[in-house]
Design a protein. Structure first.
Length: 545
């Protein structure tokens, strides 16, 4: 028996396009002699469909497309196992269907609906009953859908009901160390049930989520025999044979997984790249300051989209150092992008005249806002989307200007702490990742990585005048944001004094209003701002020591 694992992309809401792609992949699987082609979770609608599911017309369209797709199997080609939505009595179910010879042979609903972190499935779907195995050509297939394997009951039920193989379609977004977590989990289900398991995940970017694929097959006994590449669309034909102790996958095909921080960089490329191309922008525009955040953002953009799609603009003010001017220019040259210099001085002077003189913070922020007015004017004129450059450390403590440097359509660094920004920049200067369209060599001058970070909004300004050193700040933030511990606990974990941690927690909590207005950006950690971590803006709570 040959089962083709189609680790492919999806476009949320593009039912017709997804069906067309499925038929193309099925044809490839047919050429390779597959008996069954398996697709990821909700392949017809795209994952996650979010509130589209609340539209009866969307559910009806998904059901209609599923029937037509089943019709298309009325040839001698392989059966298909694919995800769609089923509507019944006013409820919608996250569904998997098996179709062959022009007919839908079976339909099963997802039982465990994830409703934490970035997931809101209980909001739109109703949980199905515990699923029975699907009998197909004399084999009992257990088909738990994604979250169904994160808990024990579904696989145990399937085993008790006679399932012989577990085929698991997934829509599992990338997160640091997620591949190891998934594999450990699959091993648990395999050990508990004594059944082999094929784990198939989608690839591609969808707003804040990047899907890495990383599909695999584990045999009874816990050996991973198939490991598919992260991020790439691919079709792997797996062969299965039945022995005295049941079915096993006899194919051995192991592709290496990306080590850290290459996985993070890939997530950024996929998140930004798919956002820009799917929303039909001709390219992107970036304010290139000679600092590390905009340099790394530009490198990710070039690697994801190609240098011809990236336009960098340096907008010096009176406080811009000659080093910054040199570094921005050198960075643009290394990346091979279109580069312009537009001084903001005339605009700053006009604002001061209009306002009859402003000082301090107001004057600082005018510079940041004028840069964004300039970039948005270029975006309106030429169609390029403005990319936002703020990292997670800055976004945590509100060290960014509302309607200033926070502006833009998408932020690839949004979930990366500044220490990760340093790591990624050093790493990218030494290595060009697979799939990258940018230069083979370094992407930014070393001085950009080594100089002290500065917003350059007043003379001799350094980030460390306002914030603790980033290595220390990030340790506190990881404790407060990723681990959700109290100020006292964070002080104990990090070794930083309680008063400093309390002040960082204060900054973190009061900056919620900025984050609520910030552009989306790709999730890479356990708790990204926006989807995972949802705090009240008007909030009187402070944690104890
Ligand atoms: N709860 C709330 N809900 C809604 N709005 C609220 C609010 N609290 C204040 N506000 C509003 O927000 C304003 C304050 O926010 P904002 O105007 O952003 O100004 P603010 O946060 O005070 O200043 C921006 C900070 O970002 C730093 N920074 C770092 C790096 C780069 C850049 C850059 O721009 O390139 C800037 C800069 O040095 C400064 O410390 C208030 O004037 C008020 O209008
Ligand atoms: N002189 C400038 N020219 C063009 N864009 C600028 C300039 N100054 C700031 N910006 C934009 O505003 C963003 C925020 O500035 P900020 O100084 O925080 O970041 P950075 O310069 O990239 O990195 P660093 O935090 O290391 O200084 C920049 O990433 C850049 O997009
Ligand atoms: N689509 C899902 O059910 C995803 C939930 C699951 N816990 C995951 O991240 O893989």
């Amino acid at each position: 028996m040959k089962i083709a694992l189609a680790q492919i992309d999806q476009r949320v809401g593009d039912i017709a396009g997804n069906v067309e792609a499925m038929l193309e992949w099925r044809a490839k699987a047919a050429d390779a002699g597959a008996d069954l082609v398996m697709f990821p979770e909700l392949q017809i609608t795209g994952y996650p469909p979010e509130d589209l599911v609340l539209k009866p017309g969307f559910v009806a369209a998904a059901m209609e497309a599923s029937e037509r797709l089943a019709d298309a199997t009325a040839d001698d080609g392989p059966a298909i196992l694919f995800g769609s939505i089923h509507g019944r009595a006013g409820a919608a179910y996250n569904t998997v269907l098996l179709a062959e010879n022009g007919k839908v042979l079976a339909r099963r609903f997802k039982h465990e609906l994830p409703n934490y972190g970035t997931f809101d499935e209980l909001r739109v779907f109703r949980p199905g009953p515990l699923p029975e195995p699907i009998e197909w050509r004399g084999v009992k297939l257990g088909v738990p859908i994604c979250e169904d394997i994160w808990l024990e009951p579904v696989c145990q039920y399937l085993k008790a009901a006679g399932a012989e193989i577990l085929l698991v379609p997934n829509g599992s977004p990338y997160e640091l160390n997620k591949d190891e977590i998934r594999q450990a989990l699959a091993m648990e289900r395999v050990t508990e049930t004594g059944l082999p398991l094929a784990y198939l995940n989608r690839v591609g970017g969808q707003d804040e989520l990047a899907f890495d694929g990383s599909s695999f097959v584990v045999n009874r006994g816990g050996k991973i025999v198939v490991q598919m590449r992260e991020w790439d669309e691919a079709l792997t034909i797996t062969e299965w044979a039945k022995g005295d102790d049941g079915w096993a996958c006899t194919t051995e095909s192991i592709e290496p997984l990306d080590p850290y921080p290459e996985d993070v960089y890939h997530a950024m490329m996929v998140g930004l790249g798919d956002y820009v191309t799917r929303n039909r922008f001709p390219g992107v525009i970036i304010g290139l300051s000679g600092g590390i955040d905009s340099a790394l953002t530009a490198a990710v953009a070039v690697d994801a989209l190609g240098a011809d799609k990236v336009w960098c603009v340096m907008m010096p003010s009176d406080y811009t150092s000659s080093d910054s001017l040199e570094d921005a220019k050198a960075c643009a040259e290394m990346l091979g992008v279109k580069y312009d210099i537009i001084p903001i001085k005339p605009g700053v002077e006009a604002m001061h005249e209009m306002l009859d003189g402003v000082d301090g913070l107001a004057a600082e922020n005018i510079q940041s806002r004028l840069r964004m007015v300039t970039l948005m004017a270029l975006s309106n004129e030429h169609g390029h989307m403005l990319v936002t450059t703020g990292n997670k450390s800055e976004m945590s403590v509100g060290y960014a200007t509302l309607y200033g440097d926070m502006s833009g359509g998408y932020n690839p660094l949004k979930d990366a702490y500044k220490t990760t920004v340093f790591e990624l920049s050093r790493w990218r200067n030494a290595k060009k990742p697979r799939r990258a369209l940018g230069p083979d060599g370094p992407v930014m001058p070393v001085r950009i990585i080594e100089k002290p970070p500065s917003a350059e909004l007043r003379p001799d300004q350094k980030d460390e005048d306002s914030l603790p050193p980033y290595a220390k700040l990030d340790r506190m933030l990881e404790a407060l944001v990723e681990d959700e511990v109290s100020v006292g606990e964070a002080a104990r974990i990090t070794g930083v004094d309680v008063e400093t941690v309390r002040e960082i927690e204060r900054k973190l909590l009061i900056a919620e209003y900025k984050r609520r207005q910030a552009p989306p950006g790709v999730k890479i950690g356990r708790r990204n701002f926006g989807r995972d971590r949802r705090y009240p803006i008007t909030n009187f709570y402070r944690s104890g020591s």
